[in-house]
Design a protein around this ligand. Sequence first.
Ligand code: SF4
Length: 357
Amino acid sequence: MVRREHTRPVRVRDVQIGGSDRVVIQSMTTTDTRDVQGTLDQILRLEEAGCQIVRLAVPDMRAAEALGEIRKGTDMPLVADIHFDWRLALTAIRNGVDKVRINPGNIGSADKVREVVRAAKDRGIPIRIGVNSGSVERHLLEKYGYPSAEAMVESALGHVRILEEHGFYDIVISLKSTDVPTAIRAYEIMAERVEYPLHVGITEAGTVFAGSIKSAVGIGAVLAKGIGDTLRVSLTGDPVEEVRVAKEILKSLGIAADSPVIVSCPTCGRCAIDLIGIANRVEGEIADLKVPLKVAVMGCAVNGPGEAREADIGIAGGRGEGLLFKKGEVVRKVAEDQIVDVLLAEIREMAARKEQD
Ligand code: SF4
């Protein structure tokens, strides 16, 4: 069941969600949206980390009005996160956001829904319906007993129906459970039911360490089935970490076509250099490169080059030195204290060549 490219594409400023094999990385600011400069600073950090769409909380009218100033300060696709208040949605749309997250069933009367839909249509922006395990309606909890995958899907389809009744189809759907198997099942069921693009995530996943693993398992399982068009990793921490984790999830599945991948060994008794330090420094330095490069950082020459034969470039440790290799062939020896600098220079040169190709 690989169906990602068959979803109905929507545009979020210059970014397309759905209708292709690309999976778009999103995150959410943690700043007070009324703090325009602080929010813009964080958006810039997210953009530099590789975030493609950023969502902002809009808890009140001052935050909705601040979106106008934020809009002037960035070209990043912006999503307004609205919970219930249709007036906040209208103000956010008027202030230039590129997508709104709001559940039409929570807005109230049909007139209010109609106004929000009309504003979104006029601006040509999509609406995300976001169902979380904690937001499933009471009647569905009574029907299913708990926020099961089926309950979440039925809840989301109820909101979808409201938008469809108003002739609105630029819809993205998320079904975020804190329970990984439930989230996976919910996305599987929904992918069978609709052609709308799906926003994948595990809600309230936890701290940077635990939440990254939980998100990787849940989001990774869904994406590996060919389901999902955009993702957000939700972590209790700096949102830049969310983007870094999202990129690693996509790289692990071979979906991120424009990021370097590091292959590094776990080290063992054969390793005679500070391989862990070298690997971490190289990883940090090349994180922002936007080229598909495989870099190997291996502890010894016995197995290093051979195990990393598919790597574009790499280093294999020796005693107080390293062997620089390309495509599994040893090129030359480098003193240990020069390894990081030499490797980075070679990587940058190779990346520049790939960018010109
Ligand atoms: Fe050990 Fe060498 Fe394998 Fe690293 S590459 S785990 S140092 S044998």
